[in-house]
Write a protein that binds this ligand. Structure first.
Ligand SMILES: Cc1cc2nc3c(=O)[nH]c(=O)nc-3n(C[C@H](O)[C@H](O)[C@H](O)COP(=O)(O)O)c2cc1C
Length: 249
């Protein structure tokens, strides 16, 4: 495995960060590298809010040493166009997707760049779980054409997770054509979640079965049907409309 692959394979989420400061030079390197990410049409329709305010980090970003909030953001692009007396269209779903992709790809670059410097991270969608108007206020985000998608908490690990979480491959990777899964393959995937070496649960399959479930995924689906609180969903739709990304709907 080459050095890059080693870095990628060593990645795992850290949720407890030490007090150790990320050196300013390293943070700059992470940001500079992040900017190298491919982006739609060379427009870089995203922005990054670097958070180093201790109170904000403690409250919203897992007490990390720094956090990077990646937003879909067309404001810089609009400002440049307007300055040159052009008006441009950005309030549609396609633009929103492209901004999403720019922001998410850049956030993964930041995670990898950080890890290559020995700095750990956690990606979190925690801001979604907050009242969005409050998030906009805290971060002073523009009212239009900007949406905070994902936050990357950065710091040095205080506590290592006990194990690496496994990954499923079957049904994820397809060659040439998408292949629907057979019942046998579905069963194989469900079994993956129960393999101890994958550490999807801290409990063994036997322990989970003692609780009355068939295994990890049966317990998972029994306890969460994938829905988020109704008011959070409504808040999200409302805000997306207000910021202008679904004007053409
Ligand atoms: C979009 C996204 C949102 C996430 N949000 C959270 C979160 O709010 N809280 C958390 O503890 N982990 C969060 N995670 C981390 C995942 O739980 C973690 O990546 C996954 O369980 C795999 O574990 P690993 O990264 O340690 O391999 C998030 C990851 C992603 C990509």
């Amino acid at each position: 495995m080459n050095k890059t692959m080693e870095t990628l394979h060593s990645m795992r989420s850290i949720r407890k960060f030490s007090d150790m400061e990320i050196e300013g030079k390293k943070l700059e390197e992470i940001l500079e590298t992040t900017l190298r990410t491919a982006n739609s049409g060379g427009r870089q329709v995203y922005s990054v809010v670097v958070v180093d305010d201790r109170k904000l980090l403690d409250e919203y970003f897992f007490k990390a040493n720094k956090a990077l909030v990646f937003c879909v953001d067309f404001n810089r692009w609009i400002d440049c166009a307007n300055h040159l007396n052009h008006s441009i269209q950005v309030g549609d779903i396609r633009g929103f997707f492209l901004g999403n992709i720019d922001a998410i790809m850049a956030s993964q670059t930041a995670i990898i760049a950080a890890k290559s410097l020995g700095i750990d991270s956690l990606a979190t969608s925690k801001l979604f779980r907050m009242e969005l108007e409050k998030v906009y206020k805290i971060l002073n985000l523009p009212d239009k054409y900007c949406f905070p998608l994902i936050s990357i908490c950065l710091g040095y690990a205080k506590e290592e997770p006990e194990h690496f979480k496994g990954r499923v491959r079957k049904g994820v990777i397809h060659y040439n054509k998408y292949q629907r899964l057979s019942s046998k393959e579905i069963e194989e995937i469900i079994d993956e979640y129960d393999k101890e070496e994958n550490h999807f649960s801290s409990l063994t399959k036997e322990d989970i079965q003692k609780e009355g479930y068939k295994g990890f995924l049966d317990k998972y689906f029994s306890n969460w049907d994938g829905s988020f609180p109704e008011e959070q969903i409504k808040d999200c739709y409302k805000k997306l409309k207000k910021v202008g990304f679904f004007e053409k709907m």
